[in-house]
Ligand binder design. Structure first.
Ligand code: SAM
Length: 235
């Protein structure tokens, strides 16, 4: 497998954050997510090794809360990666459909003996007609890779894929603006940072009836970032 980022055809050379001389697509280009996914394809094993046992107390509390508050039924996980959270939810009584846009993660999950499907939350149908509507959709540290315009589109799709009373659960990093970062994987991933108010406004605009946001002070645990933990309910 190539270790070089697969630059999308026609990607413009935008000055990346962090001073690297590599050409990255402008933040609103269609190639933004493709380049991020190329990093995961190339470094899936590295990512999995770094994160298989990760998960703060706040993170596990968030997952247990999701398991408790979602109505009965199937949970769709997008961006499952190594499957840590799906396994945790299953230990707490939920059925989970594992998916990821990165083929290497889907293959990894299948090698574990799990059923897993390739699903790109930006471009694919979420499968509500065949597997859903879903009781919940979980996207831990996934939607932070989308631009605000992409996120608006995706949360609208997710809203439509949820059963009445269904819950969208996701986390994003706290901050302002956006950047490319080669942190941890050594290849560029796009990050969009969020504050609570604009995120809640975006979710309400997509039709979510109730939004609950908690801040995890990740720096307390030695992480670089604080996180927003979001639960959003469909009426
Ligand atoms: C930071 S990792 C988080 C993985 C896992 N949820 C976790 O908590 O460890 C981001 C994940 O989002 C996935 N991802 C990025 N863009 C995606 C997209 N458009 N559709 C589905 N998954 C995507 C990546 O493949 C990767 O698995």
């Amino acid at each position: 497998m190539s270790t070089q980022p697969a630059f999308p055809p026609g990607a413009a050379s935008a000055a990346p954050a962090g001073g690297s001389s590599a050409p990255y697509p402008p933040h609103d280009a269609a190639g933004t997510n493709a380049l991020t996914l190329a990093a995961y394809e190339a470094r899936a094993e590295v990512y999995a090794a770094q994160t298989e046992n990760a998960g703060s107390i706040a993170h596990r509390t968030f997952l247990r809360r999701l398991a408790r508050v979602a109505p009965p039924g199937l949970v769709l996980e997008v961006g499952s990666a190594q499957g840590r959270d799906a396994a945790y939810l299953e230990r707490h009584g939920r059925r989970v459909r594992r998916t990821d846009a990165t083929r290497a993660f889907v293959d990894m999950l299948r090698r574990q003996g799990r059923e897993a499907h390739r699903l790109d939350v930006l471009t694919d149908d979420l499968g509500a007609g065949t597997h859903g509507p879903y009781a919940a959709v979980l996207a831990n540290a996934v939607l932070l890779h989308l631009t605000p315009a992409q996120l608006a589109l995706v949360v609208t799709k997710i809203h439509a894929a949820l059963a009445p009373g269904g819950v969208l659960a996701f986390t994003v990093k706290v901050g302002d603006g956006q950047e490319w970062s080669e942190h941890k994987l050594g290849l560029p991933r796009f990050y969009q940072y969020w504050r609570e108010a604009p995120l809640v406004a975006l979710l309400e605009e997509a039709g979510f009836a109730r939004v609950d946001v908690e801040v995890d002070m990740g720096r307390d645990q030695g992480y670089q970032w604080d996180w927003l933990y979001v639960l959003a309910w469909r009426d």
